[in-house]
Design a protein around this ligand. Structure first.
Ligand SMILES: [Mg+2]
Length: 267
């Protein structure tokens, strides 16, 4: 399918945020028009993020600061996808959450009991824990080593999270610390797993053929799209260089200099 036909056939656009719609705290100059065009042509977009340390409310504030109005329904986060996965696979399990209060609140809002009493725990959830303590590392190690087969889930596989001064350790790095102690690896929910695109389609009623992920990273954004069987659109406005693209074995369906190319096609 040619580029124009492909972009026009997409009804649900799943946008990665940093590197795709803005860079750090600088909104790309096309982003407002892009989002308006998608809406005004009867299509839908969602913001899709692996970051499980921030709540949706935090992201609504961040986007408002950049001049983009958003509501809860405009997001698909790894925390939401984790809750969905837990409901499908481990309903009524009591959770030990090595994550922020935001993540605990989100899981409790979805009806789960969150407990720090290890005897009551049926399932472990790791998030991007900006409130991490050694006690939590010890608790998770103890649970994994003394309770063989206990379900062990992580919200996202990222090793680092970008900040204004460089990077800080993210969920994947903490899971590696736990692996060194226990030899256990979690089931991972966020990109590149297909669960966020799958949840987005299920919640909003779109087919695989109508859905695309748009992002600047091949190994997370594009891979989650390919794993979900939807269209993967790579934008070169973030971290992927032409060399990285050439060397990658995961090939996007479409490569754009940036997401502004979608605007003229839909108009
Ligand atoms: Mg990105």
């Amino acid at each position: 399918m040619d580029k124009e036909k492909l972009l026009q056939s997409i009804q649900l656009y799943l946008f990665d945020m940093d590197g795709t719609l803005y860079l750090g705290n600088r909104l790309y100059d096309f982003t407002t028009e892009l989002l308006e065009t998608i809406k005004s042509t009867g299509r839908r977009y969602l913001f899709m993020t692996n970051n499980s340390s921030k709540s949706v409310e935090d992201y609504i504030k961040k986007l408002a600061g950049l001049g983009i109005a958003a509501t809860r329904e405009d997001f698909i986060t790894s925390s939401q996808a984790t809750a969905w996965y837990l409901k499908e696979n481990y309903p009524n399990h009591r959770l030990y959450v090595c994550g922020t209060q935001s993540l605990k609140d989100e899981l409790q809002r979805e009806g789960f009991t969150v407990t720090e009493n290890l005897a009551d725990v049926d399932c472990i959830v790791m998030g991007f824990d900006t409130e991490l303590t050694f006690k939590k590392l010890e608790d998770v190690s103890r649970l994994l080593l003394t309770r063989p087969g206990i379900p062990y889930i992580a919200t996202n596989p990222d090793y680092v999270c970008p900040t204004e001064f460089g990077s800080v350790p993210d969920c994947g790095s903490v899971c590696d610390m736990i692996f060194n102690a226990t030899q256990k690896r979690p089931v991972v929910i966020g990109k590149p797993s297909p669960l966020m695109p799958q949840l987005a389609m299920a919640q909003h009623g779109y087919t695989k053929e109508e859905t695309a992920v748009v992002g600047d990273r091949i190994y997370t954004d594009i891979k989650s799209g390919l794993n979900a069987g939807i269209t993967g659109i790579l934008v070169m406005s973030g971290e992927t260089t032409p060399e990285i693209l050439e060397q990658s074995t995961d090939k996007p369906h479409l490569v754009l200099q940036n997401a502004s190319e979608i605007i003229s096609t839909l108009k």
